[in-house]
Design a protein around this ligand. Structure first.
Ligand SMILES: *[C@@H]1O[C@H](CO)[C@@H](O)[C@H](O)[C@H]1NC(C)=O
Ligand SMILES: *[C@@H]1O[C@H](CO)[C@@H](O)[C@H](O)[C@H]1NC(C)=O
Ligand SMILES: [Zn+2]
Length: 451
């Protein structure tokens, strides 16, 4: 079930090696993406799925769980006799259909010091080209922007962002602060964040509405806050999630950066203490290089003009997630406004393609609304708010940090497209990049004037 086991299994199939070499490739050919309905409680289902040696859990919900079912586990899975539906017949084929990573050199630029071509949004690209893309955006609006290299990841990559501002000058307005791809495999998030930045850069000189956005806020875009993990998804394992930091006394690599923020870190539930798990929280609060860097930068923004809006873009499932997260008995002081803004965002996202993003209701509402004894016992054993639109997903320490410590007015996570029949979830064909980006840009244009 755990990724390390997939890696080990792949290694032992290939070479009978006990420890995977750093160059180990993980192949998902013949894996099926299967949605399993919860009938007997999620913990019971999780332990059954965990008995399948090479099968990988993708997302868990209160009422169902998506898994990547390995070919070698099919017989054992069928013997479990679980109610399930196949979402994707061949995950390997879907990964292949994402296409080769298209190098930046083949993307035409409109002219010297001009915008890169928007054909950038037709394909996925290597990590190094994302850095170049940000630099090219910066040079297309040189008086109103800067590249930010805020500090190094575990493997030494600079966490890189683009800062845009308007007529008031750099740092003169409250921040709209955007993160993407903290979970390395959520590739669509990188492209959606870049599209948002691209629209602001391209519109500033010729569109009064967009100029108004930049004149009202300083924007900070970090399309890839987990560069080591993201690079690893491109070189070795498409479904890697965490960072790539080793720990003493275990061969398992990686900490979930989203579970490592130094706020309510010690609260049990919503994160794992097992280094092999996908949501491993680390050995101590904020002990990953990435969180140290991101926290320091966040604190700087908070100490400046403050953070009006923070969004952490993830995939998948189409959700707008609001605080509170670490407890079910507390709500944000501006909860009513948050829900109303989330409704505005939801309606605007749905306009171009009819995609419905679910927002709230937050924990206590759901606690009352979902009823069933299974759900209630799940929540009780899982003190981090678990159910958003029936989804068993803790709101992370990060949103709480942003809200309670950094004083962010609205700190949200948005889960983008993916999941559902015919979809592998994290793996979306390139034809989904543009519509995913357009609907979020539509949403942002409705949200920003309402903040
Ligand atoms: C799983 O649950 C969904 C939603 O209730 C339902 O539509 C689907 O038919 C169920 N699948 C199976 C195999 O029971
Ligand atoms: C400004 O850009 C927005 C978003 O692309 C668009 O809807 C609007 O029509 C543009 N306004 C003008 C005057 O071009
Ligand atoms: Zn995520």
């Amino acid at each position: 079930m755990r990724l390390l086991e997939v890696v080990l299994a792949a290694a032992s199939l290939a070479s009978a090696a006990v420890t995977p070499s750093p160059d180990e490739q993980v192949v998902y050919d013949g894996f099926k993406v299967v949605r399993v309905n919860v009938t007997d409680g999620l913990p019971s289902l999780k332990s059954k799925i965990a008995s399948l040696a090479q099968t990988l859990e993708l997302h868990s919900y209160a009422d169902h769980m998506d898994v990547a079912l390995a070919p070698s586990d099919v017989a054992a899975f069928e013997a479990l006799n679980l109610p399930s539906d196949i979402l994707d017949e061949d995950l390997g084929a879907s990964i292949a259909a994402e296409g080769p990573l298209v190098s930046f050199n083949s993307i035409a630029e409109v002219g010297a010091n001009a915008l890169p071509s928007d054909s950038w949004f037709n394909n996925y690209h290597p990590y190094s080209d994302h850095l170049q893309f940000l630099k090219d955006l910066q040079s297309a609006l040189p008086q109103n922007s800067e590249i930010l290299e805020i500090g190094a990841s575990y493997e030494g990559r600079q966490i890189t962002g683009l800062h845009l501002w308007g007529s008031g000058g750099s740092g003169s307005k409250p921040a709209i602060y955007i993160h993407g791809t903290v979970h390395a495999r959520e590739w669509i998030a990188t492209m959606v964040v870049e599209y948002f930045a691209y629209q602001l850069v391209s519109g500033y000189g010729n569109n009064a509405t967009i100029k108004g956005f930049l004149d009202s806020y300083d924007f900070y875009f970090f399309p890839v806050v987990n560069p080591d993990g993201f690079s690893y998804t491109q070189s070795n394992d498409r479904l890697w999630r965490k960072n790539r930091m080793p720990r003493s006394s275990t061969s398992a690599k990686g900490t979930d950066i989203n579970r490592n923020w130094p706020y309510k870190w010690e609260v049990s539930g919503g994160a794992s203490t097992n280094p092999s798990d996908e949501d491993y929280r680390g050995q101590a609060a904020g002990d990953t290089p990435e969180v140290k860097v991101l926290k320091a930068f966040t604190d700087k923004l908070a100490a400046g003009k403050g953070i009006r809006l923070y969004i952490d873009f993830h995939s998948y499932g189409q959700y707008i997630l609001l605080p509170y997260g670490y407890t079910c008995s507390k709500r944000s002081s501006n909860d009513a406004k948050q829900e109303s803004l989330a409704g505005t965002l939801q309606a605007a996202i749905a306009k171009p393609y009819g995609k419905r993003f679910t927002y709230g209701p937050i924990c206590s509402t759901l606690y009352a609304a979902t009823g069933g004894s299974t759900d209630v016992s799940d929540i009780a054993s899982f003190p981090v708010c678990t159910l958003i639109g029936k989804r068993k997903e803790p709101l992370t320490r990060l949103l709480q940090y942003m809200t309670d410590v950094a004083g962010t007015t609205y700190a949200w996570a948005v889960e983008l497209r993916g999941g559902g029949s015919g979809s592998s979830g994290f793996v979306l064909p390139p034809s989904q990049i543009r519509p995913s980006s357009i609907e979020i840009w539509q949403g942002m244009q409705a949200l920003i004037p309402s903040l």
